[in-house]
Structures are given as structure tokens and as C-alpha cells.
Design a protein around this ligand. Sequence first.
Ligand SMILES: Nc1ncnc2c1ncn2[C@@H]1O[C@H](COP(=O)(O)OP(=O)(O)OP(=O)(O)O)[C@@H](O)[C@H]1O
Ligand SMILES: [Mg+2]
Length: 251
Amino acid sequence: MEYAIECIDLHKSFGRHQIHKGIDLKIVKGAITYIIGPSGTGKSVLLKQLCGLMPPTKGRVLVNGRDLTQMKQSELTEMRKKFGILFQNAALFDSMNVFENVAFPLREHTKLSKGEISKIVSEKLRLVGLRDVEQKMPSELSGGMRKRVGLARAIALEPEIILYDEPTTGLDPIMCDAVDNLINDTQKELGITSIVISHDIESTLKIADYIAMLYDGKVVLYGTPEEFKTTENPYVRQFFSASKEGPINII
Ligand SMILES: Nc1ncnc2c1ncn2[C@@H]1O[C@H](COP(=O)(O)OP(=O)(O)OP(=O)(O)O)[C@@H](O)[C@H]1O
Ligand SMILES: [Mg+2]
């Protein structure tokens, strides 16, 4: 098995607040890995550490075998080109219109001509189901539309690894299905390694090759959807059944 990313004994604290208490996780190259777990367990914080946007307090993150925590800033910047990232809040540039937002990584990291960039931007917007929005400003879009612009930007460079933080939250059921298919297709057609944070258990079980569940700073189970469906693991069972009874503390 080849791994795109390996987390080794990863710890993360903010002051006295311990978020990750020793995460060991290997992300299989070319596969789709879903990360699930209750709100506030540190899924988004983990994603930021995987791509070098946030340093761990302790432990290592290897990308293609190279340790991010030992890299100089210039090496980190170079390495980040391998990643496409859809942040949880879409994080568009508010002063740029939709076209410029999606074109941004292409302008930053490639020498493509204006015409080529324009073609790619239209193609990616079409893939996420958006039309006639290129000249609109982010403030003129609905939340779901902004999310899809963020998605188009994340896939624009056809990166080696795409990180999706809750790509379907806030989208209507038809759009959710379209985004699920998009994640599936980009991986199947382009062999991209995809890491998806999701609260949608149904699509997790449908699309994932592997699933990792986080709770209390650790990975409580890692396995295939089949293993998650049949496991007796009390954390997974409680989470899947949305029950108040079990080892997960409901605050
Ligand atoms: N920059 C930061 N400074 C201090 N605390 C932070 C920071 N970022 C995140 N946290 C804290 O880390 C914890 C985990 O946050 P994170 O956003 O990773 O949760 P999550 O699992 O993604 O939750 P959700 O499912 O609600 O998105 C939270 O308690 C949060 O308040
Ligand atoms: Mg989050």
C-alpha cells in the first residue's frame, strides 16, 4: 500500500486545550478517505495540519514520505501546490468575482494563457453546476453557491491531493448528490487522493474507500465502509445511531 500522507503520533493543543492526543493515520494514495466524528473533535484542525497550514504541537506529518514539520517556509509553500483545499466556510476572496476566485490558483501556480485559464474556469464551474455566475461577487451568491465556487477553485489545478471540509453541508439534496459524484469522479478519473470531512453518514458509507472516526483526540476506528457498518465499536455505533446513550459525551 502506498500512502500520500502519514500522521505519526500527532498532538495538537491550543493553550491548555488538548485537541489531538496522538493521532496515527495513514491516507492511502489515490483513495477517498472520509474523516468523521462529533462536532469540535478537531477534524478541521487535523485537515489544516495535513497540508502544513497549522503546525502540530508534537508528532510528524509525512507527505509523500517527506516530513512537513521539518520543512522551511519556502519548501512548505512549494509542497502546498500539491493540495486543493475546500475550507469549511468556503473562504472565497470577497474582493474578487467568481471568475477571478477560481482562476486564482491557476494564475499563481501555472503559466497558462488567459484563454486556457478561461476555459478551465468555465469547465470547473460547469462541473459544480454553476452557470452565468463568473462576473458575480461572492456577496451576491447563496451559501451553497459560494461552497460550489470554493469547490471549483479546489479542483482547478487538478491537484494530487484534495481536502474537502464538509463539502455538502448546507447544500440541497440534489446538489449534495452532485457533489458526492464529483468527489467520486475526480478520484476515479484522475486518481486524486481525496480526504473528505463529512457529517453525512449515508454518503460517507457510499463514497468512502476508507473511514477514520475521531473522538477525544484519537482515531477510535479506521476501516472500510463495510467494517464501519458491521463493527461493534461503541463509539461508531452511538455516532451512527445518533443516540444519547454510549461512550460519547453529549455536552
Ligand atoms: N485557531 C484556533 N485557536 C484556538 N482554538 C481552536 C482554533 N481552531 C480550532 N480550535 C478549537 O479546536 C477544537 C476543534 O475544532 P475543529 O474546528 O477542528 O472541530 P471540528 O471537528 O471540525 O468541528 P465541526 O464538526 O463543528 O466543524 C474546538 O474546540 C475549537 O474551538
Ligand atoms: Mg470542522
